[in-house]
Write a protein that binds this ligand. Structure first.
Ligand SMILES: O=C(O)CCC(=O)C(=O)O
Ligand SMILES: [Fe+2]
Length: 405
């Protein structure tokens, strides 16, 4: 493999400042075990280009087997890799791209022809059935949307990004639709819901809440929790349920106007695989707990205590973890230490990017854990109506999708 052993550049020309965030993103993906070939395919550039960029960005390479250890945590890439540099991404309908290129994309643009058709599409309101999107709505949306050219290709790209080997998250860029229709417009939300429904079945675990739940900014809340202003550490949503949502999805209505709060993602299985066997063994013990469980629907029972790793199914299934337990749950010292090592590995392998208005982040909770860097200081000076706002929707895998998804 050409990317197994790579030379150590001794002298290098510093990267131009505008290239640095993108280069850091590549470096993080490489650290998270993506190969140079995969990275080249994802961003639509050559192997040599990625190789040179990584060489200049890190000054060194490690062979894939040993490189985890020398990595320095790179907590923030302040800008979205693809948005911050022009020429790094090509649209999915770019005829110059091969089908393979198209399928390896994590940031997925909506082809302009599809965008135009969606803006005019009169999708009907949805119905729910016991907190799940009704089958009749799923079928109706599917019929209306699959009639539009490029819809099926785009949703296939999305599903592939979420389930391919090493994959597990994607950002569908609905920004133009959001600008055109407005994010508080029912039709915009129906379009987002129809994309979600092509991945899995939308549902709300909170019986009295609507399908989409607001995540705003509350200065008075525990800063490390949802809608708090601080660092929201790596976690899976509803970690203490026997059946957490298979996917968690976050649609950005407004980023932090002060410029903070990049999203962070990390491959949970890759992080666990870098731990020692002793540490992994501790994580397979039912010694962990986090949070409360109250009035939830469609996510099974409360799970307490739970193992972080499924010992009978290592490398698959949920890595049932929230780094928030390190500060908020009482754990015995050796189990706490193993959990801390996992949290460190997640940070070492993380990618980060800033969600822009209309960006729709979809995370396969069986593969990746998510979180968010702190918002910028000074949130109390921002009027509530101008603060960062995401809306969240959970998805349950369709029965025929199998456990590996
Ligand atoms: O604010 C974010 O970007 C993530 C929020 C989150 O993960 C949560 O509320 O569970
Ligand atoms: Fe979350």
């Amino acid at each position: 493999m050409p990317d197994e052993e790579v030379g150590w550049p001794r002298h290098h020309v510093p990267l131009k400042p505008e290239r640095r965030p993108a280069a850091k993103g590549l470096k993080n993906r490489y650290a998270a075990n993506a190969s140079i070939h995969e990275l080249a395919e994802e961003i639509g550039r050559s192997y040599g280009f990625v190789h040179r960029t990584l060489a200049v960005a890190s000054g060194a390479f490690w062979s894939r087997g040993v490189r985890a250890k020398p990595l320095i945590a790179c907590p923030v890439v302040p800008n979205d890799v693809r948005r911050s540099t022009t020429g790094w991404s090509r649209r999915p309908d770019d005829p110059a791209k091969t089908p393979k290129d198209r399928e390896l994309r994590v940031f997925i643009d909506i082809p302009s022809e599809l965008e135009a058709a969606l803006i005019d599409l009169p999708l009907p309101p949805w119905r729910t059935d016991d907190s799940f999107l009704a089958t009749s709505t799923m079928e109706r949306y599917r019929t209306d949307l699959t009639a539009i050219p490029q819809f099926e290709e785009t949703t296939a790209t999305l599903r592939h990004a979420l389930t391919r080997e090493g994959g597990g998250y994607a950002v569908l860029r609905l920004g133009n639709l959001a600008k055109e229709l407005g994010t508080d417009n029912d039709r915009f939300l129906r379009i987002a819901t129809s994309f979600a429904a092509e991945v899995a079945v939308p549902f709300s675990p909170f019986p009295r809440w609507p399908l989409w739940k607001d995540i705003g900014v509350k200065v008075e809340k525990d800063p490390g929790k949802s809608s708090g202003i601080g660092y929201n550490a790596f976690h899976m949503d509803l970690v203490n349920a026997t059946l957490p949502p298979d996917f968690t999805t976050l649609l950005c209505v407004r980023p932090d106007p002060l410029g903070g709060g990049p999203s962070i993602l990390s491959d949970a299985h890759a992080a666990a695989a870098r731990l020692s066997e002793d540490c992994q063994a501790l994580l397979t013990e039912s010694a962990y707990h986090y949070g409360t469980f109250f009035d939830l629907f469609g996510v099974g029972e409360e799970y307490k205590p739970f193992p972080i790793l499924d010992g009978s199914n290592l490398g698959k299934g949920f890595v049932r973890f929230s780094a928030k337990m390190l500060e908020r749950s009482k754990l015995c010292p050796e189990h706490a230490e193993a959990a801390r090592e996992l949290a460190d590995e997640l940070v070492r392998g993380q990618v980060s990017f800033m969600l822009q208005p209309g960006d729709y982040l979809v995370v396969n909770q069986r593969r990746f854990l998510h979180g968010r860097e702190a918002l910028h200081s000074g949130q109390e000076t921002v009027p509530v109506a101008d603060r960062r706002l995401l809306i969240q929707l959970f998805l349950r895998a369709k029965a025929d999708d199998g456990p590996a998804m």
